[in-house]
Design a protein around this ligand. Structure first.
Ligand SMILES: [Zn+2]
Ligand SMILES: [Zn+2]
Length: 367
């Protein structure tokens, strides 16, 4: 014989209450209504205590964006009182800037009571403004100028494209974690290309990346640009990255020996020594680094076709442009010699060096 529920008289289950009365006295969740959503009209970010929560909009349409914005506010406003509760949302009515939804929580208010649904109607009111990031961006804010230059030559359009792609990718990757991860301006000028970057941190990260990727020279310079409201001095950094004169495929003299650049990256240069016919890597810490001289651009490379090859005799090759036929010692080749094959060479002081297989190089160039 169980005691009756002290509220309604049915059989009591927990703490002198029946299931229904216990559930009513112990809600699964709490949320206030109406809820205000302040969203950035430009990027969709939602104002939350202490800042703006960014949304990776991607391909979202307006409705999906509104849902994502609502989720941010609900996640923040809904208080759950029990473990293991699942939530579902249902849109009831949608006006221009007001959406009525029903939040349904499903779960148990007590372990000895079966799960039940609890419905909470919520009204969500949208308003729109400009977030900190978009405000700074449209105000032309920047903390760093990343100046890309090249040593003794111009930066090619392909290089500029590649650099800009990297700047964009890194900026997008930092977008959610860094409020100032944006590029205010790109100045493509006769000296090179300059990126005006919102965050000094991002500017330095990009500079680190380019310095190591291209084994470039780096110079930093801080300039006083004023004081903030508290009288603290504000500086802006200019980072100059000077790309080497050479790029992949070009020819260098390293310790006076002709070499071809096969790869660059992670602070290392991979070269092929045309005399020794082997690969080696070198970096600015190596004493030989200072002996590097520019020899010729990749454009000086010549293409030949192997005409005939009789074992033990010089190989006959024909220039693909002027059809001149010349002979090269077998020992100049480091791979199998096949008639009809395309090979490349570089003429240095009247001596023709046969180059290593250029397929890999030409593939990198095309990318
Ligand atoms: Zn009851
Ligand atoms: Zn914004």
């Amino acid at each position: 014989m169980t005691a009756p529920c002290y509220l309604c008289g049915k059989d009591a289950i927990v703490e002198g209450l029946c299931n229904t009365c216990y559930d009513e006295q112990h809600p699964l969740m709490e949320v206030s209504t109406p809820l205000a959503v302040l969203a950035c009209k430009k990027c969709g970010s939602v104002k939350v205590p202490g800042g703006w929560k960014k949304i990776a909009i991607g391909e979202m349409n307006a409705e999906e964006l509104a849902d994502a914005q609502m989720d941010i506010i609900l996640e923040q406003e809904i208080k759950l009182f029990h473990k293991g509760i699942t939530l579902s949302l249902e849109e009831v009515k949608k006006l221009d800037r007001v959406t009525h939804i029903i939040v349904t929580a499903t779960g148990q208010s007590h372990e000895s009571i079966p799960p039940h649904d609890e419905e909470h109607p919520v009204e969500i009111r949208f308003s729109y403004g400009t977030c900190d990031t978009c405000g700074m961006m449209s105000g032309g804010y920047y903390e760093a100028i990343l100046q890309m230059r090249a040593d003794g030559r111009e930066i090619s359009d392909d290089e500029k494209k590649e650099l800009t792609k990297r700047v964009t990718e890194t900026t997008v990757a930092r977008y959610k974690s860094d409020d100032k991860a944006f590029v205010t301006m790109i100045d493509d000028n006769k000296f090179g290309i300059d990126y005006y970057i919102g965050s000094e941190h991002l500017g330095k990260e990009l500079a680190d990346d380019f310095e190591s990727q291209y084994i470039a020279e780096r110079k930093e310079n801080y300039k006083l640009v004023g004081e903030d409201k508290t009288g603290k001095k504000k500086y802006r950094i200019t980072i100059l990255i000077r790309l080497p004169r050479f790029s992949i495929g070009d020819f260098l003299l390293v310790s006076e020996q002709p070499c071809q650049v096969l790869a660059m990256g992670r602070g290392n240069l991979t070269c092929y020594n045309l005399i020794r016919r082997d690969r080696f890597t070198i970096n600015p810490k190596n004493p030989k680094w200072r002996t590097i001289q520019f020899l010729a651009p990749i454009a000086d490379r010549r293409e030949f076709m192997v005409v005939t090859h009789v074992f033990g005799q010089p190989v006959q090759i024909m220039d693909s442009v002027n059809f001149d036929v010349s002979e090269v010692e077998e020992s100049a080749f480091d791979s199998e010699i096949t008639s009809g094959a395309t090979i490349h060479g570089l003429l240095v002081e009247d001596y023709l060096y046969i180059l290593p297989d250029q397929t890999e190089l030409d593939d990198t160039q095309k990318r």
